[in-house]
Design a protein around this ligand. Structure first.
Ligand code: DAH
Length: 334
């Protein structure tokens, strides 16, 4: 046998290895893999036959042929093991699961009742010409109090009535009226904005109180705006939200940032009055704090509790339902 015969032997080993490897890769089942493995490495398989070449190969070719045969054995042994694991895990999965069964139905979700309420509220206010804005839930005392005409020492600033953060001059906002200030700091009148959002107060939790709830703030600034504009806007708002049967009552009250101020009550035919928030004409001190000339501009503002509106709309008896995530409650109102 000459040198060329030795090369032929190497080529034959390489070709056989490729063929055996492909068969292992193509084996669709553990059984098919077992026979592919036997055909390559078994006693009567390709490797045994290829070993015969060693006997006839020229002496100087034997080391190279030996290396090639070793590689044949090692590579295919390893590949067989890897494929056995793969097919094994596929087989276990298939055995455990009937893949022909129809897929489990996806559960259909729905919007949280407060989200639904907020969207409706915003939709109605947009219809009345208000654009939507928001502000941070972590606020400084300037926006939550000072600029709203609530000076140092005012009872509304008591630590027991607010969530002050430790070590920084901030608190969780106690009202969305903060957004009035932020809006007027940034934009010049005329303005008509609303701002729904979360507010926080360390209130004792019961059926009508929570330490976290939602308000929607409204602010309109223009020339010659009066209490009549405020009342007309609120009436149209509540009619848009609840229907034309709803009645509105403004009850004289006090807020530091409005003068005059009023509580906003609503009533449905045959039912009692419900307080839903506060409102009033923007106090000149607030305009001054944000650099708007109170001689030229006037405005009205209101802040309504979204939970109050949602409880009315959906007849929810307890404010705690909104945050308890009981899917039976959420499903009823989805
Ligand atoms: N910020 C008040 C509160 O949380 C509600 C309120 C009253 C908002 C009068 C207003 C307003 O904009 O004009 O109790």
């Amino acid at each position: 046998m000459n040198g060329a015969g030795g090369i032929d032997a190497l080529v034959a080993v390489a070709a056989a290895k490729d063929e055996c490897r492909q068969r292992m890769l193509d084996a669709p089942t553990a059984e098919a893999l077992a026979s592919a493995r036997a055909a390559a490495l078994g006693r009567e398989g390709r490797l045994t036959a290829l070993m015969e070449l060693l006997k006839t190969a020229p002496r100087e070719q034997k080391p190279a042929l030996g290396v090639a045969l070793n590689a044949f054995k090692n590579e295919l042994t390893e590949l067989a093991a890897v494929r056995a694991t793969e097919l094994g895990s596929v087989a276990t999965v298939l055995a455990r699961q009937d893949v022909t069964l129809p897929a489990a139905a996806l559960e259909r979700g729905s919007l949280h009742p407060l989200t639904q309420t907020e969207r409706r509220v915003v939709q109605v206010l947009k219809g009345l010409g208000f654009s939507v804005t928001d502000g941070p839930e972590v606020e400084d005392e300037h926006h939550n109090f000072v600029a709203l005409n609530i000076p140092a020492g005012h009872p509304a600033r008591e630590p027991s009535d607010n969530f002050y953060l430790a070590g920084v001059p901030w608190l969780l906002r106690s009202q969305t009226s903060t957004v009035q200030i932020r809006t007027m700091e940034e934009k010049q009148p005329p303005l008509r904005v609303c701002a729904p959002g979360r507010v926080f107060r360390p209130d004792e939790v019961d059926a009508t109180h929570h330490y976290m709830f939602h308000q929607v703030e409204g602010l309109a600034v223009g020339e010659g705006l009066t209490m009549a504009d405020l009342k007309g806007t609120l009436l149209l708002f509540f009619r848009g939200l609840f229907g034309d049967d709803v009645e509105l009552r403004l009850r004289p009250s006090f807020f530091p940032f409005t003068e005059p101020s009023a509580e906003v009550d609503v009533r449905f035919p045959g039912r009692g009055w419900v307080e839903t928030g506060g409102c009033g004409m923007v106090d000149p001190a607030v305009f001054t704090a944000v650099g708007i000339d109170p001689e030229r501009w006037s405005g009205f503002a209101f802040g309504l509790g979204l939970e109050r509106l949602a409880m009315r709309h959906f007849a929810v008896p307890d404010i705690r339902h909104f945050t308890e995530n009981d899917v039976r409650f959420l499903r009823q109102l989805g």
